[in-house]
Design a protein around this ligand. Structure first.
Ligand code: GAR
Length: 214
């Protein structure tokens, strides 16, 4: 049976698109709902175009975070979500919500965590002069951008990069990594032990990758 997936987003929804496309192609998971906290989000239109019900839970309509998260939780349980994927969802989620979805809530973040949690990751990576940057899919915990790492994709930083060119390279990697992570979870290959995500059927180890190449 296909894993029932819900996607939470706030904007453009290109990662949601990658998940919608891959779930439709693979049949391993079914995206049953796309929910945005912002009414005008492009991601809502992508859901509609894919024939997936879209909903808005506008945080501004609630008196506080607890009420907003209760509504979000209600919308997720109502659609029978088994896995919730944050895909550019730009609201912090508090401990009660995160704990209610423990090990069933995952996020993609545009850095190689634990480096560069938070915002403006590409500009900060450039400012630090790192030679590799990338993205991380992880289970969500109450601390921001923390939790067992399911997978990461590294991209080289080029000397000519600005934040936009680096973001574009990372985003292309996000669109490969996130669908892979959902496939691994849907196949039952991912478990959390002692706060580490363990993947069955791990591929052969990659060799060292140097930047600049030598
Ligand atoms: C993505 O780069 C995602 O990793 C990032 O927002 C972008 C959303 O793009 N998420 C975060 O920064 C969360 N902390 P998208 O709407 O096109 O998928």
């Amino acid at each position: 049976m296909a894993l029932r997936v819900a996607i939470l987003l706030s904007g453009r929804g290109s990662n949601a698109q990658a998940l919608l496309d891959d779930c439709a192609a693979g049949g391993h998971a079914q995206v049953v709902r796309v929910i945005s906290n912002r009414p005008g989000a492009l991601g809502l239109k992508r859901a509609e175009a894919a024939g997936v019900p879209a909903a808005v839970v506008d945080h501004r309509a609630f008196p506080d975070r607890a009420a907003f998260e209760a509504a979000l939780h209600g919308a997720l349980t109502a659609c029978g979500a088994e896995l919730v994927c944050l895909a550019g969802f730009m609201r912090l989620l508090t401990a009660p919500f995160v704990e209610a979805w423990h090990d069933r809530l995952i996020n993609i973040h545009p850095s190689l965590l634990p480096a560069f949690p938070g915002l403006d990751t590409h500009a900060r990576a450039l400012a630090e002069g790192v030679r590799f940057h990338g993205c991380t899919v992880h289970f969500v915990r109450a601390a921001m951008d923390a939790g067992p790492i399911i997978g990461q994709a590294a991209v080289p930083v080029h000397p000519s990069d600005d934040a936009d060119s680096l973001a574009e390279r990372v985003l292309a990697a996000e669109h490969r990594l996130y669908p892979w992570a959902v496939r691994a979870i849907a196949a039952g290959r991912v478990t959390v032990r002692d706060e580490r995500a363990v993947i069955e059927g791990w591929g052969p180890p990659a060799g060292p990758w140097l930047n600049p190449a030598q």
